[in-house]
Design a binder for this molecule. Sequence first.
Ligand code: SF4
Length: 182
Amino acid sequence: MLESIYYVITWACNRVCAHCYDARFRPYPDGERSEMLARQAIQMPKIIGHFPDRLSFRDLSDQRPDGTFPMKAGRVILAGGEVLLPDVREKLLYPCLTILRDKYGRKAKTVIQTGGDLLDERVLEELLVRDVWMVSVSSMVWTSRAPLKQSRTKAVNHRLPDSSLSPKAENDPSWRRYVSSR
Ligand code: SF4
């Protein structure tokens, strides 16, 4: 029995938060980024292959009148980095959702964790048709403006393709500053 699996599918992120728990979550220059995504796309089916065949748990917070507890569908929580970056969506997230659907059908629930910057109606629709059960949005935009940790990063003017930025981000010059460890 297992209630949840938390799966970090990529290190790629569009933000640079001072509070981030791992320096690998950051924007990557184009070449390094596509190489990393290709590697993660190869690893992903193998990782999901190690998930249990059944994902369910006994809900001890939902006692029945007869004193027993129901079995409920478990969850796979897909996180990054930022899983809604366009290339992460196409190369990792959507294939991942297809593999999970093939494996569990509707017997497990899929949750997407995102910062929310790239979530719009079209993306939400694309998630819903792939049976995503919940989209969890942090939306703490101000955290990406915190001072950078100079010990492990140096600022460069690395730009993601315009399509990876939300209109809000497009109008905010502070979003144009990205970080590389190079
Ligand atoms: S959005 Fe999350 S993963 Fe990305 S840098 Fe900030 S804390 Fe780290």
